[in-house]
Design a protein around this ligand. Sequence first.
Ligand code: GDP
Ligand code: MG
Length: 725
Amino acid sequence: MEALIPVINKLQDVFNTVGADIIQLPQIVVVGTQSSGKSSVLESLVGRDILPRGTGIVTRRPLILQLVHIDQEDRRKTSEENGNITLTSASSISLVMFEWGKFLHTKNKIYTDFEEIRHEIEAETERISGNNKGISDEPIHLKIFSPHVVNLTLVDLPGITKVPVGDQPKDIEIQIRELIVKYISNPNSIILAVTAANTDMATSEALKVAREVDPDGRRTLAVVTKLDLMDAGTDAMDILMGRVIPVKLGIIGVVNRSQLDINQKKSVADAIRDEYAFLQKKYPSLANRNGTKYLARTLNRLLMHHIRDCLPELKTRINVLAAQYQSLLNSYGEPVDDKSATLLQLITKFAAEYCNTIEGTAKYIETAELCGGARICYIFHETFGRTLESVDPLGGLTTIDVLTAIRNATGPRPALFVPEVSFELLVKRQVKRLEEPSLRCVELVHEEMQRIIQHCSNYSTQELLRFPKLHDAIVEVVTSLLRKRLPVTNEMVHNLVAIELAYINTKHPDFADACGLMNNNIEEQRRNRMRDLPSAVPRDKSLSGIPHPSSPPSPSLQAAASGSQSGSVSEPPDGGTGNWRGMLKRGEEGAASERAMPQNPLPVSPQKGHAVNLLDVPVPVSRKLSAREQRDCEVIERLIKSYFLIVRKNIQDSVPKAVMHFLVNHVKDCLQSELVGKLYKTALLDDLLTESEDMAQRRNEAADMLKALQKASQVIAEIRETHLW
Ligand code: GDP
Ligand code: MG
C-alpha cells in the first residue's frame, strides 16, 4: 500500500487548502469460511504481525483496523504530546518513534509492541464472546499509526461456519452470514473473497455471499490461499486462470504462513520471499500475477481508480473556490497609486449611488425591504397620507367646547346669528392639529435619507470599506448636510400650516359648494319638520322629561339675516344655496320646538361666575342642550368639518412637495459639491485613504488562498497522470 502514500499525501495538501473532507478510501473487507486464511491475508497486506490466527474459530468479533498515515512531523509531535506513553516492553522502545496502535476500548493507552496488540485482541474477544468459541457482532476498533501505511480501513470478520460448536448458538451460520452481509453491503467496500485452494472453489461460500451484494462483481476480488497445501498431483491452474469461476476484478493466489511458521515466528519478509520462490517453482507462467505483493498492487490499483473517480468533483470544487477568491480579491481593489484621483472617484461614486438610490436607479436594488426613493414615496403616501386621513376633523372638540365658543363670541347681547368668529376660532384650532403629523413626516424622510448613507456604503460602494476613515468622513459630511436642512424644512412645513391659519378663506370655492349642499339639506329638513310639527318631539330623546337649559327663542330671521350680516361681502338674496353664511342663521324649526320647553340659562365657566345660576351643577359635559343649541353646534361642526377637509387636502399635497424641495432635492443637488468641498483637500488625502489593516490582511489572505488553490489544481492534474507502475 505504500505506493499510494505520495499520492495521498499530495491530496492531503489539496484537502488542507480547500477544507474538504478527505476522499474516503474504500474499506477492505475479508470474507470466507473459517480458517480459509482471511486474517493471514489481511496481515500480510499490512505487513505486521498483529492479528491472531490459527486453526478453528479464532476471529470471533469483527475487527475494524484503521490504518493512519503519519509523517515525520506528526510523529514527533504526537510522541511529545503523549509524554506519558506506556511502554509495554523494553524491546519496543525503538518502535515508539515509528508506529503504534490504539484500541478504542482501552482509550488512550498506546501499544508499541505488536505482540501485545495481538494479545489484547484475544483478551477483548474473550471478554465479550467468552472463551468457548462464541461469537459477537460487536466490533473491536484498532488504529495503527505508521508512516508506512495509507489511510485505509480493513475489516476482519469471523469465518463462515456451518455446524455450531462450543457456546455457539444453533443459528450460528445465519448469524455470521448476517454479520458479513452488514459489512460487505456497504457500497464503499472492496470485498476480498478468500477461498482455500485445498477446498472446492466451485462451492466457495465467500464468492457466494459476495455475489449476493455485488452481483456484477465490481468490487469483489477473489483470493485463493493455501496453494502450498494442495493434494499431491493437483494444482490450482484452472482456478487461477478463472476457468472454474470467473471473477471480474481477478483471482489471486497466495501462500501465507502455515501454523508451523507462526509458531516459529517466521517474519513477514521471509514469508513473502518463500511465497515468491514457491510460485516460481509451481506456477512459473502465473508467478507475476499472483502472490501477496501482486495482491497488494492490485488493491493499490483499485484504490487509485477510486481516487481518480473522485478527482473530477474535487477539481470542480477547487475551480469554484478559485473563482470565488479571485472575485473577492478583485473586490478588495488594487493598492492605491494616484490617491487624489482615487479620492475624487470614490466621492463621486458615493454621491452618484446616493442619488441613484433616491431615484431608484441604483445598481444594487434592495429586495428585503423598501429603501431610498421608494420608501420616501411610501412615507408620503402611506404613512403621512394615512395619518392625515385619520385625523378627525372634529377631534378633541366636544359639543360643549363648540357651544362655549359660540356663546363667548356672542358677547353680552343675545344674537340673531351664530357668530362667525366662533367658527374661525374653532376651525383654526383643528387645522393646527395637522402640524404635528406634518413635522413627523419631515422627520421620517430625514431618517430615511440617513439610512440611505448606510445602504450606499454597505452595498453599493464596497471599495469604501477599504478606507474606513474616508467612509466615516463621508458619513459625517452627508449627515451634517442633512442635519442642516432639517430646520429649514421644518420651518417651511410649519409655515405651510401657519399660512392656512393666517386666513380662513370662506370664499374658497369648494367650501362654498359644500355649504350650499348643506344649506339645501337643512332647508329640506326644516320643511319636513314643519310638516310634522304637531307631533314634533325634542330631537334628543334623552332630553325628554328633563328641564332644558336653552337660549331665549329667537324669531325667524330668514329675511333679516341676509341684510344684517356683519361681513362686508354682499350676497345674493339667500335661497339657502351656495352661501355658507346661510348656515349661520338661527334655525326657526329649532325655535318652534323650543317654545314648548322650560327655559334654563346656560351655565358659563366659573370665571364668569356672575352668570352662573347657583342651583346649576357646573359640569359642562353632563349638561343637556336645547334643540337650538344643538342645531347651532351642528351647523358649526359641519362648517368646521367641511373647511378642515379642504385644508387637510392642501397640507397633504404641499408637505411632500416642501420636503422634496427643501430636503430631498436640495441634498441630492448639493451632495457632490459638498463632499468635494469638505473632503477633496491635499492635506486630507493621506489620512482619508489609509487602508484598514483588516483589509490589507484580508487581501493577503485571499491572495494566498488563491495561490494554494492554483497549486491544488496542479496537484490534481499530476495525480490524474500518475501511473502506479
Ligand atoms: P481465518 O480463520 O480465515 O482468519 O484463517 P487464519 O488466517 O486464522 O488461518 C487459519 C490457519 O491457516 C492458520 O493456522 C494459518 O497459519 C493457516 N494458513 C492460512 N493461510 C495459509 C497458507 O496459505 N498456507 C498454509 N500452509 N497455511 C495457511
Ligand atoms: Mg481469522
